[in-house]
Design a protein around this ligand. Structure first.
Ligand SMILES: Cc1cc2nc3c(=O)[nH]c(=O)nc-3n(C[C@H](O)[C@H](O)[C@H](O)COP(=O)(O)OP(=O)(O)OC[C@H]3O[C@@H](n4cnc5c(N)ncnc54)[C@H](O)[C@@H]3O)c2cc1C
Length: 578
């Protein structure tokens, strides 16, 4: 039912309540409501934001950051190992959630990354199973022969889904004068094209975007899973509903807890308390930050956290809000020779140029049909083959030190051991690079000079060893929780990023790239030693927006929160069982 109003929801009963109308929530609601006998309600705190060019035009990505209509704009606690900085965690608000705010890059991980999830005690959560669902959601459109020839697009059609709801397609173009030389530089040191979608990404590739090949607009959870199904009588989507608590049946007999509904506040009248009931299940899809917060507000979590915020404990589950991890990114930036014409994102600063891109978009051309797509996924041994053995030994020692700490749970110990194996594995990507024709986002030099052209190379930390937490700071559901990822607590993470920056410098020194750049702006010629590069990274790195782990799928005795069926341990038992 489209455009649900409060009276359609409040005090009503549905089979399933889905909390959060973002990427997971809308996808799940569409799947559940395929069966017309099942009723589903989605409660989303933000606005619908449908048909909104700020979301639909790909060239707008990043411009919605910080705007409360689209972005929760969370801030971490000051990070001790990042020079005391508080790091911004953008998160999508409104239908589509973060899929309406993200950069539309369609990428898949290494098979071993997914198989590791099964090894942590989750039968069936392996690459084979994952690939089946990745294919099921994707509808890939091949580029024309003309684009393949011009932009060297390379792909293996068999590694892509053909009939899913999320449309993927190559961008209208890439910068021939910058991104192709970037690939050529890699090629000259033996790094080749990789099929990044077959489970063994190792090399460079241009990644398809989640973009509709007909409308040339963002393809995301709202237009893939909600709009086509909005007239289903058994699907109710209600926006402006800020869920504050999960409700449980009385469990005086000591049985497992049974979720019976949720409480929510109206975004436009936060004094108004509403209730909706669930016959079967309550499913939390409020993302990495809010899902653990909601568990704690409902009395599920660590004893000391619940005591501190004054919430009565319903179930002690110490893993809630723990095991938080995130990818980090930084960048190396270069100004380009003004005398050479390049296509770079710098040009979007010119209003005349930007208006022209809006016009071109209608026919599937121009910057609103481009993206940050020139990627490399590389095993660690590629970036520093000479010293990788020594590096692995150093990483092992630092993990052993971490394991010796009493705060490391059995579930975390297993993850860290697996991560060490992944770091050494030459088939597993541990390094991600993106070549961006345009200025870097993170620079110590302030905004880029008007009229100048730039090249930015982004480096990403994958498989972080550090772990942090997300816990309620009080029992006000409108207050964000304390986010403390403890980035770089394990020093190996920083060492990996240093090696990446050094690798980028090596690449840029290879022709044809070398002649294109004038000088390095960041980290800058004054930062050469490992120690100086570390300081630069600490001062500039940002979140790569991939935080996860706060409701980990690990057995309960190993400090997990959900089981392989994604049910909270000892909780959310089906009512009635089926
Ligand atoms: C800036 C950015 C760039 C990214 N780039 C990429 C990329 O290019 N490629 C890629 O694959 N991934 C990317 N990601 C990651 C990807 O988008 C996310 O992992 C994914 O969208 C998360 O889905 P989710 O359903 O867990 O959370 P979300 O999609 O964030 O959904 C959570 C929903 O819950 C709602 N909500 C929150 N609190 C409440 C409450 N109390 N009551 C009711 N509703 C609530 C939110 O408003 C939101 O709609 C990016 C993420 C970000 C933030």
């Amino acid at each position: 039912m489209a455009n649900a109003v409060l009276s359609d929801v409040t005090n009503k009963t549905f089979d399933y309540i889905v909390v959060g109308g973002g990427t997971a929530g809308l996808t799940l609601a569409a799947a559940l409501s395929e069966d017309p006998s099942i009723s589903v309600v989605v409660l989303e705190a933000g606005e619908p934001n449908l048909d909104d060019p700020n979301i639909l035009l790909l060239g707008q990505a990043g411009l919605t950051f910080g705007d409360p209509k689209y972005d929760w704009d969370y801030k971490t606690l000051p990070q001790q190992y990042s020079s005391g900085r508080s790091i911004t965690w953008n998160r999508g608000k409104g239908l589509g959630g973060s899929s309406g705010l993200n950069f539309c890059n369609w990428t898949l991980p290494s098979a071993q990354d997914i198989d590791a999830i099964e090894k942590l005690g989750n039968p069936g959560w392996n690459w084979k199973g994952f690939q089946k669902y990745a294919y099921r959601i994707e509808k890939f459109q091949e580029p024309t022969q003309g684009k393949v020839a011009k932009y060297l697009y390379n792909f293996n059609k068999d590694s892509h889904g053909q009939s899913g709801a999320i449309q993927t397609t190559f961008p209208a173009g890439i910068s021939v004068t910058l991104e192709i030389p970037f690939m050529q530089a890699m090629n000259s040191i033996g790094i080749t094209f990789t099929d990044a979608y077959g489970g063994k990404p190792s090399g460079y590739f241009a990644c398809p975007l989640t973009k509709d090949p007909d409308s040339h607009q963002r393809s995301y959870a709202a237009n893939a899973y909600y709009i086509p199904n909005q007239n289903r009588q058994n699907l109710t989507v209600f926006t402006g509903a800020h869920v504050s608590k999960v409700l449980f049946a009385d469990n005086a007999s000591g049985e497992d807890l049974v979720a019976t509904g949720v409480k929510f506040l109206l975004a436009n009248d936060t004094s108004s308390r509403q209730v909706v009931h669930a016959k079967k299940e309550v499913v939390l899809c409020a993302g990495t930050i809010v899902s653990p917060q909601l568990l704690e507000l409902s009395g599920i979590g660590r004893k000391e956290v619940l005591e501190a915020i004054g919430v009565e404990m319903k179930l002690e589950l110490p893993g809630v809000g723990e095991n938080v991890q995130d990818h980090q990114l930084t960048n190396v930036n270069y100004p380009l020779d003004d005398q050479v014409a390049h296509e770079t994102w710098d040009q979007m600063r010119d209003p005349v140029f930007a208006a022209e891109q809006r016009r071109l978009q209608i026919n599937g051309e121009g910057f609103h049909c481009w993206g940050n797509v020139s990627l490399a996924f590389l095993p660690f041994s590629t970036v520093n083959p000479e010293e990788s053995h020594e590096f692995f030994n150093k990483a092992k020692i630092s993990v052993e030190k971490q394991l010796a700490s009493s705060s490391v749970s059995p579930g975390l110990a297993e993850q860290l051991e697996l991560q060490l194996q992944l770091l050494r594995n030459p088939q597993v990507s541990n390094i991600e690079l993106i070549c961006l024709p345009g200025p870097g986002y993170y620079t110590l030099q302030g905004p880029p000079e008007a009229g100048k052209q730039h090249l930015g190379v982004f480096t990403f930390l994958e498989h972080p060893f550090s772990r942090g937490s997300i816990h309620c700071k009080n029992k006000d559901p409108l207050q964000p929780p304390n986010i403390d990822p403890r980035i770089f607590e394990n020093d190996t993470n920083l060492d990996i990023m240093v090696e990446q920056v050094k690798f980028v410098r090596k690449l840029i020194n290879i022709e044809p790239l070398k002649s294109l750049v004038k000088r390095e702006i960041d980290p800058g010629p004054q930062r050469q030693s490992d120690e100086e590069i570390r300081e630069y990274i600490k001062l500039t790195h940002g979140s790569a927006w991939h935080a996860c782990g706060s409701c980990s799928m690990i057995p309960r005795e190993k400090n997990g929160v959900v089981d392989p069926n994604l049910k909270v341990h000892k909780l959310f038992r089906l009512k009635p069982p089926h």
